[in-house]
Design a protein around this ligand. Structure first.
Ligand SMILES: NC(=O)c1ccc[n+]([C@@H]2O[C@H](COP(=O)([O-])OP(=O)(O)OC[C@H]3O[C@@H](n4cnc5c(N)ncnc54)[C@H](OP(=O)(O)O)[C@@H]3O)[C@@H](O)[C@H]2O)c1
Length: 247
C-alpha cells in the first residue's frame, strides 16, 4: 500500500501542534481523516478548514477507546496525543504530573494501538505511526517524560516483530524540540519555557507531518521503522559534570 491506496486516517491529539499539522497534511492528500482530541472548540475550526471528521474524546476513558475506535476501520493511525509535565525536574514534580504523563503517553497510547491494530491485521493492511521523542533514545534529563517515550520506543520495537507477516507497517518518529503548546504546561514558570524555546530555530509541526507522509507513502515492501529529527541547532546527549561531594 502507498498513501493513495489508504482511505481513512485517525489522528489522536489533533486539536493542536503536530496532530493538527498531520490532519492538514493527510487531508491535502485526499484521505478521510478523523481528528480526535478533547477540545471541541479547537477541532471544529480544523474541521471547517480541512474537511476532517472530528471525534471529541478523552483518551483517559479506556472503555471509550475500545467502543469508539475499532469501527473507524482506520488504515493509518497517527498515535500522537501526549503531554509533558515537570520539565523543572523530577524531584519537583507532583504525583499528579507523574500520573498524567504515564497514563496518557503510555497506557492510553497502548490502548489506542490495541483498539485499532487488530482490525488492520484482519484486513492485512494498515500503518501505525507513533509520535515518540528523542527523549526515548537519549538521556536528556527528563526522567518521567523520557521514561514514557522510552516505553513507546521499546513497544514499537517489540510490536514490529508481532506485526511481521500481517501486512501492517509500523513507524516510530522521534522528534527533538518543536514549537507547540506542549511547552505551555511543561514548565511551571513561563520564563523557563521562553528560555527553552528561544535562541535557535525549533522544528515546526509541519516538519513532523512531512515525516509522517514520507513514512506512509513508501512502497508497500518498505517499512520505515524509526525516524529521528531535530532542529539543526539541537544535538541530544553530552556529558555533564557537577561536583557533588560535600566540601
Ligand atoms: N513539542 C515537542 O517538542 C515534542 C517533541 C517530541 C515529541 N513530542 C510529542 O508530540 C506529541 C504531540 O505534542 P505537541 O507538541 O503537538 O503538543 P500539543 O500541541 O500540546 O498537542 C497535544 C495534543 O494531545 C491532546 N491531548 C492531551 N490530553 C489528551 C487526552 N486526555 N485525550 C485526548 N487528547 C489529549 C491535546 O488535545 P486536547 O487538549 O484538546 O485534548 C493536543 O491535541 C506528543 O506525544 C509529544 O510528547 C513533542
Amino acid at each position: 500500500m502507498v498513501l493513495s491506496e489508504y482511505k481513512t486516517a485517525l489522528v489522536t491529539g489533533a486539536s493542536s501542534g503536530i496532530g493538527a499539522a498531520c490532519v492538514r497534511a493527510l487531508r491535502e492528500k485526499g484521505l478521510d481523516v478523523v481528528a480526535l482530541a478533547r477540545r471541541e472548540d479547537r477541532l471544529a475550526p480544523l474541521a471547517k478548514e480541512t474537511g476532517c471528521r472530528i471525534m471529541v474524546q478523552d483518551l483517559m476513558d479506556t472503555a471509550a477507546i475500545y467502543t469508539e475506535l475499532p469501527s473507524l476501520n482506520a488504515d493509518i493511525l497517527v498515535n500522537n496525543a501526549g503531554l509533558g509535565r515537570g520539565y523543572d525536574g523530577f524531584l519537583k514534580s507532583t504525583p499528579d504530573e507523574i500520573d498524567q504523563m504515564v497514563n496518557l503517553n503510555v497506557s492510553a497510547a497502548f490502548h489506542v494501538v490495541r483498539a485499532v491494530a487488530e482490525g488492520m491485521a484482519e484486513r492485512k493492511s494498515g500503518h501505525i505511526v507513533q509520535i515518540g521523542s528523542i527523549a526515548a533514545l537519549y538521556p536528556i534529563g527528563l526522567p518521567v517524560y523520557g521514561g514514557t517515550k522510552g516505553a513507546i520506543h521499546m513497544f514499537s520495537q517489540h510490536f514490529r516483530i508481532e506485526l511481521a507477516g500481517t501486512g501492517v507497517r509500523h513507524t516510530e518518529i522521534c522528534p527533538g524540540r518543536i514549537a507547540t503548546e506542549f511547552f505551555d504546561s511543561a514548565f511551571k514558570a513561563e520564563k523557563d519555557r521562553d528560555a527553552f524555546l528561544s535562541g535557535y530555530s525549533p522544528l515546526q509541526p509541519s516538519d513532523i507531518a512531512a515525516a509522517v507522509l514520507f513514512a506512509v507513502d513508501t512502497p508497500w515492501h518498505v517499512n520505515v521503522s524509526t525516524i529521528e529529527l531535530t532542529p539543526t541547532e539541537q544535538a541530544p546527549g553530552g556529558a555533564l559534570i557537577e561536583q557533588a561531594r560535600p566540601k
